[in-house]
Design a protein around this ligand. Structure first.
Ligand code: NAP
Length: 258
């Protein structure tokens, strides 16, 4: 009598029994008598059974251990690891681009917390990334920061659309602004600051990416997510190339939206 299988198995058997199917004839579901005949002697031998159990338990143990170490490491990094002495490791100045509001402002306050307030000195550079001749503006910026031991660069400045939009609806002025601020601005500032960091052989660059560039797609903010994809890849490449000069590069990716 033909064995009774649950529906999926039956469907599978029927498919391979179909003469039109040119798949291997002996390949059947794991409950076939053919497979059982092969497995039975293994399981019935006590030594083999014990070896199998030990092998499977050992593999399971190492998988659990790996995950356990991962969780422990995460707890240490998030909650217990002492913070770095940024000034000593990287240099005495932090340059925060776009520090008047939002995340940049929060960074400014957080960095100021690390030291005692009376010792803090603040220099303000006013620069509009979206207006005028960008190249000459960054030359000016280069002159402004000349001689400053900039240890940390927070490349925070970034803009997006006024609201969700189809790609073809985005006004040219808006997307040119996005490219100027998010792509050109980030790149020029990095270039200007890196020069000094390389000479001092130390520094840290924190670029502001976005969850928009790591999710599978961000359809109604296509240009914004593409510019943030640029920031992400730029950061990865700089990290690899400038590690040898004692410069750390990080891209922070926020998974929430404007
Ligand atoms: N907030 C989020 O949900 C989120 C999520 C993912 C990623 N991000 C990224 O995180 C970064 C900061 O976001 P945020 O929400 O904190 O932004 P925000 O509150 O709008 O602040 C942006 C900062 O950039 C400056 N800025 C804007 N346009 C400028 C321009 N053309 N020239 C010079 N400076 C300019 C602003 O200065 P003014 O005040 O003078 O204009 C402000 O200091 C951005 O790169 C953004 O893409 C944010």
């Amino acid at each position: 009598m033909a064995p009774t299988f649950p529906v999926p198995f039956r469907a599978f058997r029927q498919k391979i029994a179909d003469p039109a199917n040119h798949g291997p004839k002996h390949f059947s579901c794991s409950r076939s008598p053919y497979m059982l005949n092969k497995i039975d002697p293994l399981i019935s031998s006590p030594n083999m059974l014990l070896t199998t159990i030990i092998l499977v338990s050992t593999i399971g143990f190492f998988i659990l251990l790996k995950n356990f170490i991962f969780v422990l490491k995460w707890i240490f990094v998030i909650l217990l690891r002492p913070s770095k002495d940024l000034k000593r490791i990287y240099g005495s100045w932090a340059l925060i681009i776009g520090s008047t509001d939002g995340i940049g402002k929060a960074f400014a306050f957080k960095l100021a917390e690390k030291d005692s307030y009376p010792e803090i000195e603040i220099k303000i550079f006013k620069l509009d990334f979206s207006e005028g001749d960008v190249v000459s503006r960054f030359r000016v910026m280069g002159r402004m920061i000349e001689g400053l031991d900039i240890g940390v660069l927070i490349n925070n400045v970034g803009v997006t659309y006024p609201g969700a939009m189809y790609f073809h609806e985005v006004d040219e002025k808006i997307w040119m602004n996005l490219v100027r601020v998010n792509v050109q601005g980030t790149s020029y500032v990095t270039k200007v600051v890196l020069k000094g960091m390389v000479a001092r052989r130390r520094g840290a660059i924190v670029n502001m990416g976005s969850g928009a560039s790591v999710v599978p797609s961000h359809p109604l903010y296509a240009i914004y997510s593409a510019t943030k994809g640029y920031v992400d890849q730029l950061s990865r490449s700089l990290y690899v190339k400038y590690k040898q000069y004692g410069i750390d590069v990080q891209c922070q990716v926020y998974i929430f939206d404007f």
